[in-house]
Design a protein around this ligand. Structure first.
Ligand SMILES: C[S@@+](CC[C@H](N)C(=O)[O-])C[C@H]1O[C@@H](n2cnc3c(N)ncnc32)[C@H](O)[C@@H]1O
Length: 213
């Protein structure tokens, strides 16, 4: 645990100067602290995969998650969320912390799925909630009818994202409902806008979208 946290802290420290240039010292420090504190508080492993690992993973920063949800047009209570590209499951646990009734992660790396499930088991001991991980390619994941929020933290390229948008539209066709998207690092926002999603809130590093019923 402490070796992992030391590694995580080293990675944060190494990227600190560059991050400070973009975000300023205070904000960079707050974001870095939030990263490290999450695992310390919960006994989980949601740290960044070190360079050279076959899986690229970076968990959602807890501060960013809270900030963007403040602008959401929906309340999490009673809602089910899918995190497309769930990594080590940090966003799922943040969803539980922010009051979502259920959160499912779809993750293609078996190694990260195993870590995410172990994290959820540890986290769930203190905060029981309906958290789960499906080990699958998001492009072929059938979105359950009860899901009304899709979460994306820059998980994949245009081909997979386009297929995921199609899976969401198919689900909305089977069970018509309003659907919300929370999208961090929204590089492929055009795919959602082209599929009838409406921008609800935008800042440079995050986007909220809604598709009316
Ligand atoms: C930036 S991480 C996001 C982690 C998590 N969503 C969070 O915010 O804490 C992106 C994840 O997407 C996964 N991924 C990439 N392509 C995928 C695919 N086709 N299907 C499912 N997961 C995929 C990667 O393995 C990686 O773990």
């Amino acid at each position: 645990m402490f070796r992992r946290l030391a590694g995580q802290s080293r990675l944060i420290a190494r990227s600190f100067p560059a991050a400070c240039r973009g975000r300023g010292v205070t904000r960079t420090a707050r974001l870095g602290l939030a990263e490290v504190l999450f695992d310390l508080r919960h006994g989980t492993d949601t740290s960044v995969e070190p360079p050279g690992r076959p899986t690229a993973h970076e968990g959602t920063n807890p501060l960013l998650f809270a900030e963007i949800l403040r602008h959401a047009e929906f309340t999490p209570a009673g809602r089910a969320l899918v995190d497309f590209g769930a990594g080590k499951g940090r966003a799922l646990m943040l969803a539980a912390e922010h009051g979502f009734a259920a959160a499912t992660g779809v993750e293609s790396s078996p190694e990260l799925c195993a870590t995410a499930r172990a994290n959820i088991a540890k986290y769930g001991r203190r905060r029981p909630g309906a958290l789960s991980v499906t080990c699958a390619d998001a492009a072929s994941f059938e979105v359950p009818a009860e899901v009304s929020v899709g979460y994306f933290f820059n998980p994949f390229g245009a081909a997979t994202m386009s297929a995921v948008v199609d899976r969401i539209l198919e689900s909305l066709g089977r069970a018509p409902r309003e659907f919300h998207v929370v999208y961090l690092n929204p590089r492929l926002d055009g795919l959602f806008l082209g599929a009838g999603f409406i921008e609800a809130h935008r800042r440079p590093d995050a986007l909220l979208l809604r598709r009316p019923r």
